[in-house]
Design a binder for this molecule. Structure first.
Ligand code: ZN
Length: 107
């Protein structure tokens, strides 16, 4: 394992120091055409606006001012359907992070 860690790329930071970044291990599913279509459908169905609802109010963040994420309501690692639009919701970055952290905590 130590040898692999040494192969992580060195990245210069704004402070002039270099740090090693962890390799991103994205599921190959996220690179598929099917996923791309699913993502577009989820964002379209949400009218390109975050679907997070809190205290009865829907989040107002929308594209193109905000980056949006197609989120699996039931995450793939929890057995959620990867390409079912009904298992998708459009979330802004902040809400996507909150949802992901919550799903992890519930696991
Ligand atoms: Zn939001």
């Amino acid at each position: 394992m130590a040898k692999i860690k040494m192969l992580r790329p060195l990245v210069p930071t704004s402070s002039g120091r270099t740090i090693r970044i962890e390799p991103k291990r994205a599921d190959p599913i996220y690179h598929s055409e099917e996923h791309k279509r699913w993502r577009e459908q989820v964002l379209f169905d949400a009218s390109f606006r975050c679907q997070w609802v809190e205290s009865g109010s829907r989040c107002t963040k929308a594209a193109p001012q905000h980056r949006l994420f197609a989120d699996h309501i039931k995450e793939l690692r929890d057995g959620g359907a990867p390409f079912d639009p009904a298992n998708g919701q459009c979330l802004c970055g902040a809400h996507h992070t909150r949802k992901t952290v919550q799903a992890r905590a519930n696991r």
